[in-house]
Design a protein around this ligand. Structure first.
Ligand code: G3H
Ligand code: 13P
Ligand code: ZN
Length: 342
C-alpha cells in the first residue's frame, strides 16, 4: 500500500528536480490506464478527482477505485487529490473520504465560476490549511484565474498571477503548493496558434520561483492537445476545430523553475475518444463495451507514459517510503506549514 501525501511526493520531486503529472479520473479505465503507465515507467503519480468526477462516479465508488490503485500497484507512490475544491466543505468531505491532498481553489467563488477577491481567497484557503494540516493532508491553493470554462470550473476570464500577491498569499495561508495562472485554460481550446513564451507568460513562473523557492508550483490546463490525437477523432467522424495546447517543452521549462505538479486531463479524454471512434468505425457490428474500452485504455496509457517520461518522474516510484498521514500531522504541528519532508 503506497498511499503517499502530495507534500512528500512534491518535496521528493523538488529534491530530484522533476515534475509529477496529476491526472484526472472519473472511471475504472482511467485509473487503470494511469496506474499501468506508472508501473511501466516506474513513476510516482497523483490521481485527482474533480467535483464533477465525484458526482459522476459517486464518492464511494470513486474513492474505492482510487484506493484499489494503491493496493493493486503497491510499488507505486500515489497521492489522492481533490481537484478544484470550491469550498472548505468540499475539501473537508474529501479529507473524510481519505484523500491525501486537497485543492482549495479560492480564486473563484464557491460557484466555481465567479472570480473572487484576494482577501476571500486568503480566508478560505487558510481555513482549509488549518483543517487539512491537522490531519496531515496537503493543500494546494490557486492565485489568478485560468481562461476557459470546463464544466463546473472556470470563469472564462484570464487573470495572470501577480508575483507580489503570490508571496503574500503563501505567507498568509501556509499552502504546500500554489497553482499559478500563466495564460493556460482548461479543455482542448487553449490557443489559436502555437503559444510562444510571451503568450504563456513563463516569466511569471520564473519570478515566483525566485521569490518563493520552496513553494511547489502547479500548472493547470497543461494538456498538450497533440495534433495526432485530434486527427484520429476527426478522421473517424469527430469534429474538433484546429487548436493548440501547452507544448511539452514549455512544461519542461516550468519544471526547471519550480513547477512540481502538472495537471493533465484533456489529453486522456482526446486519446480515449479517438480510440473509441476508431473502434466503432472499424467494426460497427461490435457492441461489447470491452471491445472499445480496451483500446481507449491503451491509448490513455500511451499518452500518460509519454508525459511521465517527459516530466522526469519516470524511475522515481521506489525512491522513498511513504510517511503516514498521522506522522505528517505531527510534523506540521512541530515544524509549521513550511516544513521540508525530503
Ligand atoms: O478542472 C478541470 C478538470 O479537467 C476536471 O474537469 O470538472 O469536467 O471533471 P471536470
Ligand atoms: P487540461 O484541460 O489542460 O487537461 O487541464 C486539466 C486541469 O488543469 C485539471 O485541474
Ligand atoms: Zn485545473
Amino acid at each position: 500500500m503506497a498511499l503517499v501525501t502530495m507534500r512528500q511526493l512534491l518535496d521528493e520531486a523538488a529534491g530530484g528536480g522533476y515534475g509529477v503529472g496529476a491526472f484526472n479520473v472519473n472511471n475504472l479505465e482511467q485509473v487503470q490506464a494511469i496506474m499501468d503507465a506508472a508501473r511501466a515507467t516506474e513513476s510516482p503519480v497523483i490521481i485527482q478527482a474533480s467535483r464533477g468526477a465525484r458526482k459522476y462516479a459517486n464518492d464511494r465508488f470513486l474513492y474505492h477505485l482510487m484506493e484499489a490503485a494503491t493496493e493493486v500497484y503497491p510499488e507505486i507512490s500515489v497521492a489522492l487529490h481533490q481537484d478544484h475544491g470550491n469550498s472548505p466543505e468540499t475539501c473537508r468531505s474529501a479529507i473524510e473520504l481519505g484523500f491525501t491532498s486537497v485543492m482549495m481553489d479560492g480564486s473563484l467563488m464557491d460557484d466555481g465560476k465567479t472570480p473572487s477577491d484576494f482577501e476571500y481567497n486568503v480566508r478560505v484557503t487558510r481555513e482549509v490549511v488549518e483543517m487539512a494540516h491537522e490531519a496531515g493532508v496537503t493543500v494546494e491553493g490557486e492565485l489568478g484565474t485560468l481562461g476557459g470554462i470546463e464544466d463546473d470550473v472556470g470563469s472564462g476570464e484570464v487573470n495572470l498571477t501577480d508575483p507580489d500577491q503570490a508571496v503574500e498569499f503563501v505567507e498568509r495561508t501556509g499552502v504546500d503548493a500554489l497553482a499559478v495562472a500563466i495564460g493556460t485554460s482548461h479543455g482542448a481550446y487553449k490557443f489559436t496558434k502555437e503559444p510562444d513564451r510571451e503568450v504563456l507568460a513563463m516569466h511569471i513562473i520564473e519570478e515566483i520561483n525566485q521569490r518563493l523557492p520552496t513553494t511547489h508550483l502547479v500548472m493547470h490546463g497543461s494538456s498538450s492537445v497533440p495534433k495526432e490525437l485530434v486527427d484520429i477523432i476527426n478522421e473517424y467522424g469527430g469534429k474538433i476545430d484546429p487548436t493548440w495546447g501547452v507544448p511539452v517543452r514549455e512544461i519542461q521549462e516550468g519544471i526547471k523553475h519550480g513547477v512540481r505538479k502538472v495537471n493533465v486531463d484533456t489529453d486522456l479524454r482526446l486519446a480515449a475518444t479517438g480510440a473509441i471512434r476508431k473502434a466503432f468505425a472499424e467494426d460497427p457490428s461490435e457492441f461489447d463495451p470491452r471491445y472499445y474500452l480496451k483500446p481507449a485504455r491503451a491509448a490513455m496509457q500511451e499518452v500518460v507514459e509519454a508525459r511521465m517520461v517527459a516530466f522526469g518522474q519516470a524511475g522515481h516510484a521506489k525512491d522513498y517510503d511513504p510517511i503516514p498521514l498521522a506522522d505528517m500531522a505531527i510534523r506540521y504541528r512541530e515544524q509549521g506549514h513550511s516544513l521540508t519532508v525530503t
